[in-house]
Design a protein around this ligand. Structure first.
Ligand code: HEC
Ligand code: HEC
Length: 448
C-alpha cells in the first residue's frame, strides 16, 4: 500500500462521483418531525435545522434527567413494568447507557461526526432508546402478533436476517433483502432503504409497521395496540414526560434505538486504535488480514472508494483519510450487478431521475460476514460470490459507477488472484463486532 495508490483512489472518487468534492450541505440529516406524521419527503434540517421539541410539546421530559445513573447491568427485575406483576418484559433497574457510548478516537473526528444523521429534535436518550428496544421486539406491532422488527433484524446477524427475501406477518415475502442496521446513524444523507425512499429514519421506522406484507397495521391500530399494553405507560412517561402514546413518539423511540446500534468494537477498531492510522499494518491482524486491508483500501480492488468514505482531496494537500470508521459511502451507486435494471430501478424509481436508475444505497460493511445473503435482492449467498462479481462479473449498466470502469470505459476487470480475494474476505471478517451482537442492551426484553 503506497500513498500513491491512496491518492489515486481519492482522486477517482472525487472525479467519478459528481459533486463528491464539494457537496457538504447534506450532513446532519433531515430533522423535521412533520415528516414522521405526514410521510412527505423531508430534505430539510441539517445542522441548522428545527429546534428541539421536547416531549412534542406536551411535556418537558425527554428522559435525559434519568439517564444512566448506574452501570446498567442490573438485569433481573421487571423494572419499568413493575406496576404490573405479570409484566412480560424484563428491564434493568437503572437504564442502560445508549446516549453516550464510549466511542474510540476514530469515531470522534469531525469527519465522522459530520456523517451523523441524528436530528436536533430527536437525540438518543437512555429512556427513549429503552422504549425503542421494547417496541423493536414487540410482536404486538404486527397485525396477527407474530412478527416484530427483530424477526427480520436479528441482533446475532448484525440486525439483518439470513433469508434472500424476508417473510412478513402472513408469510408473504418482502420485495428486497433485509438490511443490517449497524451504524445507520452515520449515513449522512439520512435516507433509508435500498432505494432511499424514506427521507429520515424517523419516517422509515413507521413504514414496515404499515407495510401490507411486513406488519400490516394502520397508525391508528398501532397506537391502540400499544396503548392497551400496560407495560408501555411508564416507558412513555420516562421517555417523553407523560404516558400518552402517539405514532410520532413511537417513531422517535424506534429511531433512537436504531441509532444506538453503533458498531465500534470489532477487531478492526481495536487494531486501528493501536496503530493510529488505517494505512499502517495492524498488530492484531494476521498477515493475510493486513494484506486484505491494503487491497480493500488500494487502487487495485477499489472497495474503499465506495465502502469507506474518503475525504475529498484538497488542492495541493496530500489526500487525507479523515473517516476511518464508517464503512459506507454517503451516496447511492450502481455496482454493475445487471446491465438492465428494469426489474428494480432502485433510487431512480423513487426520484424519477434516469441517471439514478439502477442505483442502490451502499450498505455498511460492518458485521458483513453475518448479514448475507448479499445485495438488494439477496442474489449472492457468500462473500466469495460477491468478490467474484467485482473481480470478473461487473456488467455494463449505463449508470455503472465510473470507479468500476476501466480507461476504455468498459467494466473493469480487477484481476485479483484467488489469494488476494481470500485476503479481502479475511479482512471483511475483522469488521464483525461481537460486543454489539451480544450486548444485552440490544437484546430481546420479552421473557417467557
Ligand atoms: C418482514 C421483515 C421486516 C420487518 C418486520 C421489518 N423490516 Fe426493516 N427491513 C426489511 C427489509 C426487507 C428492508 C429493505 C427494504 C427495502 O429497501 O425495500 C428493511 C430495511 C430497514 C431499514 C433501512 C436500513 C438502511 O440502511 O437503509 C431500517 C432502518 C429498518 N428496516 C428498520 C426496521 C424497524 C425499526 C422495523 C420495525 C418497526 C422493521 N425494520 C421491520 C425487513 C423487515
Ligand atoms: C462503485 C462503488 C463500489 C465499489 C468500488 C465497491 N462496491 Fe460493494 N457495493 C456497492 C453498491 C452500490 C452495493 C449495493 C448494490 C446493490 O445491492 O444493488 C454494494 C454492495 C456490496 C456488498 C453487499 C452488502 C450487503 O449488505 O448486501 C458487499 C459485501 C460489497 N459491496 C463488498 C465490496 C468489496 C469487497 C469491494 C471491492 C472488491 C466493493 N464492494 C467495491 C458499491 C461499490
Amino acid at each position: 500500500m503506497t500513498n500513491a495508490k491512496i491518492k489515486w483512489v481519492a482522486l477517482v472518487c472525487c472525479a467519478a462521483l459528481t459533486g463528491a468534492c464539494d457537496d457538504e450541505d447534506s450532513i446532519g440529516g433531515g430533522g423535521d418531525s412533520s415528516a414522521m406524521t405526514d410521510g412527505g419527503p423531508d430534505s430539510g434540517g441539517g445542522p441548522g435545522g428545527p429546534p428541539p421539541e421536547p416531549g412534542d410539546g406536551d411535556g418537558d421530559g425527554d428522559g435525559d434527567g434519568e439517564s444512566d445513573s448506574g452501570d446498567g447491568d442490573g438485569d433481573g427485575d421487571s423494572g419499568d413494568g413493575d406496576s404490573d406483576s405479570h409484566s412480560p418484559i424484563e428491564l434493568p433497574d437503572s437504564l442502560y447507557n445508549y446516549a453516550n457510548p464510549d466511542l474510540p478516537a476514530h469515531f470522534r473526528t469531525a469527519a465522522v461526526e459530520a456523517l451523523d444523521n441524528t436530528p436536533n429534535n430527536n437525540p438518543v436518550t437512555d429512556a427513549g432508546a429503552t422504549l425503542g428496544r421494547v417496541l423493536f421486539y414487540d410482536t404486538a406491532l404486527s397485525q396477527n402478533e407474530t412478527i416484530s422488527c427483530a424477526s427480520c433484524h436479528e441482533q446475532s446477524t448484525g440486525f439483518s436476517d439470513t433469508l434472500d427475501l424476508s417473510e412478513g406477518f402472513e408469510g408473504g415475502l418482502t420485495g428486497r433483502n433485509s438490511m443490517g442496521l449497524s451504524n445507520s446513524r452515520y449515513y449522512a444523507p439520512g435516507h433509508f432503504f435500498w432505494d432511499e425512499r424514506a427521507a429520515t429514519l424517523e419516517e422509515q421506522v413507521l413504514m414496515p409497521i404499515q407495510d401490507s406484507v411486513e406488519m400490516g397495521l394502520t397508525l391508528e391500530e398501532l397506537v391502540a395496540r400499544v396503548s392497551e399494553r400496560g407495560y408501555y405507560g411508564p416507558l412513555f412517561a420516562d421517555a417523553f414526560g407523560d404516558e400518552q402514546v402517539t405514532s410520532d413518539r413511537i417513531s422517535r423511540a424506534l429511531a433512537q434505538f436504531v441509532r444506538a446500534m453503533v458498531s465500534y468494537q470489532s477487531r478492526f477498531d481495536q487494531g486501528l486504535e493501536q496503530a493510529g492510522d488505517v494505512l499502517a499494518p495492524f498488530a492484531n491482524f494476521s498477515d493475510v488480514e493486513n494484506q486484505g486491508k491494503a487491497l480493500f483500501l488500494g487502487g487495485q480492488a477499489r472497495c474503499g472508494v465506495c465502502h469507506l468514505v474518503n475525504a475529498p482531496p484538497q488542492p495541493g494537500q496530500p489526500p487525507a483519510l479523515n473517516n476511518q470508521a464508517i464503512f459506507m459511502f454517503d451516496r447511492p451507486s450502481n455496482n454493475g450487478l445487471d446491465a438492465n435494471t428494469s426489474d428494480d430501478e432502485g433510487v431512480g424509481a423513487v426520484t424519477g431521475n434516469p441517471q439514478q436508475s439502477g442505483q442502490f444505497k451502499i450498505p455498511s460493511l460492518r458485521n458483513i460476514t453475518l448479514t448475507g445473503p448479499y445485495m438488494h435482492d439477496g442474489r449472492f449467498e457468500t462473500l466469495a460470490e460477491v468478490l467474484d462479481h467485482y473481480n470478473t462479473g461487473i456488467e455494463n449498466h449505463p449508470n455503472l459507477d465510473p470507479v468500476l470502469r476501466g480507461p476504455d470505459n468498459q467494466p473493469v476487470q480487477l484481476n485479483l488472484d484467488p489469494g488476494q480475494l481470500a485476503a479481502i474476505e479475511a479482512f471483511l471478517g475483522t469488521l464483525t463486532d461481537d460486543a454489539l451482537l451480544t450486548d444485552p442492551k440490544f437484546s430481546d426484553p420479552f421473557v417467557g
